[in-house]
Design a binder for this molecule. Structure first.
Ligand code: GUN
Ligand code: FE
Length: 439
């Protein structure tokens, strides 16, 4: 397939490239093969050949080709409560609302129904790669994986491990450390089989819920499993003042140090939130090449402060965006980019110098940042990258300025799923024009 039209793609943290008229050529394996600008000598002939083969796809005037987004932090089972009870403190929200909901995923019909809705919703919002927390249940997590495979979404999925009886309820807990580790290994093997069978882009992820939910044996064992299978790791780190104090009380160490001593901070780790990370923690993240999932909406409710993504980035720590459904209520990375920008402005106003980020910075985090965190060649519209793409309509082009910067900022601030007309993962169309417009 060959797309013809305008493209936005991040060049660096501070720069988004705009190409008003290029051919974006996708090869059979779903990679971007070439991006040909209008002044290259073979622009016309490539376009003509594509047209002759019926594979030329013109992007309409006023629409733009963007990379698909990576969402680094989604709690899949929490989708049915997106937006609910966010006025409660984190621990109460977990115990009273979230754990009872996640426990319901023993019921596979319930799992199927909600996971179908969630995966569709994320794709429809332009999110092409997702790092998911599942629930504790292997079978429900495999249903999520199958739905991702059928829908064409690239998915990194973890069976949640949580076995600490002090911090988890009787009705929703791995019954022992042995069970948490065995079930994690069963899930890894079954997901790898499913991946092979379906040739889809599915990766199992080691997933200690967070330090408070897990016993020492489980944290230790999960670190070992991550090494044995060479897998990504996800958890929460220093999300709240409560979580930070908990680590100090139990281990006399900081949350990041606890994760590190159990082998859970690696170059394949993605830690959510990090609002309370100190410079020493950021140095440790940098040393281990561990990434942060920035979840700006959720952080408003549970984070007790704003993470300075600029500071983390300047310290050389990888940062990408996460919705944290349902600690964050919105499945849209656009909505989260907007919040990231607004929260950073408030952080700056509160006296933290050089913390404000721009729309360009947020776009970099949502595309390149997330891709780097997961070490996947996506997030840029450039040869050698996966063809994870979205075609987005600028709804106000008739009445507002049309220079490239203005269009770009408008897209970041005003795109909802109604303006996302098509979405592709590895060159395969996963959302059609009309899906998002109720047609
Ligand atoms: N910490 C442990 N579990 C969770 C969760 O489900 N959501 C959030 N936001 N933080 C957590
Ligand atoms: Fe979370």
């Amino acid at each position: 397939m060959v797309f013809e039209g305008a493209v936005f793609s991040a060049a660096s943290f501070d720069k988004a490239d705009f190409s008003p008229k290029v051919l974006t050529c996708i090869d059979q394996s779903g990679m971007i093969d070439r991006v040909i600008s209008v002044d290259e000598p073979d622009f016309k002939s490539v376009k003509q050949t594509a047209a002759n083969h019926n594979i030329l796809h013109p992007i309409p005037n006023g629409s733009y080709l963007l990379p698909g987004f990576t969402d680094l932090h989604v709690h899949a089972p929490q989708w049915p409560q997106a937006g609910l009870a966010l006025d409660r403190p984190l621990n109460e929200w977990l115990q009273t609302y979230t754990f009872p909901l996640e426990a319901k995923y023993e019921n596979l019909d319930f799992a199927r129904k909600t996971y179908k809705s969630l995966v569709h919703e994320l794709l429809a919002n332009g999110t092409t790669s997702v790092l998911y927390f599942g629930s504790t249940h292997v079978d429900a997590n495999l249903i999520l994986a199958k739905i991702c495979a059928e829908s064409g979404q690239r998915a990194f999925i973890g069976k949640v491990a949580m076995d600490n009886p002090d911090q988890t309820p009787d009705f929703y807990r791995d019954s022992s450390s042995k069970e948490a580790l065995e079930q994690t290994e069963v899930f890894i093997q079954q997901l790898q089989q499913l991946q092979k069978k379906t040739s889809s882009e599915l990766v199992p992820v080691i997933t200690p819920r967070f330090v408070p939910s897990c016993t020492d044996e489980t944290l230790q064992g999960l670190g070992k499993l991550a090494r044995k299978y060479n897998l990504p790791i996800q958890s929460h780190c220093s999300e709240s003042i409560w979580e930070d104090h908990y680590a100090i009380d139990r281990f006399h160490q900081r949350d990041a140090e606890v994760l590190d001593k159990f082998g859970l901070l690696t170059n394949k780790s993605v830690m959510a939130h990090g609002t309370q990370l100190q410079n020493s923690d950021l140095d440790l993240f940098k040393q281990r090449n561990t990434a942060i999932a920035h979840c700006p909406i959720s952080n408003v409710y549970f984070g007790d402060s704003v993470l300075s993504t600029k500071h983390a980035h300047n310290k050389g720590v990888e940062v990408g965006m996460g919705t944290d459904l349902s600690g964050g209520y919105s499945p849209s990375i656009y909505r989260n980019m907007q919040q990231a920008i607004m929260s950073s402005q408030m952080l700056q106003d509160s006296g933290v110098k050089n913390s404000r980020i721009s729309a360009v910075n947020a776009f970099y985090l949502a595309t390149v940042g997330g891709a780097n965190a997961l070490s996947i060649p996506t997030g840029k519209i450039r040869a050698g990258y996966k063809a994870d793409l979205q075609i987005v309509n600028d709804q106000y082009s008739n009445i507002m300025s049309n220079n490239a910067n203005d269009i770009f900022e408008r897209l970041i601030y005003h795109t909802t799923k109604n303006q996302i007309n098509e979405v592709y993962v590895s060159g395969k169309q996963v959302i059609n024009q009309g899906d998002n417009n109720g047609k």
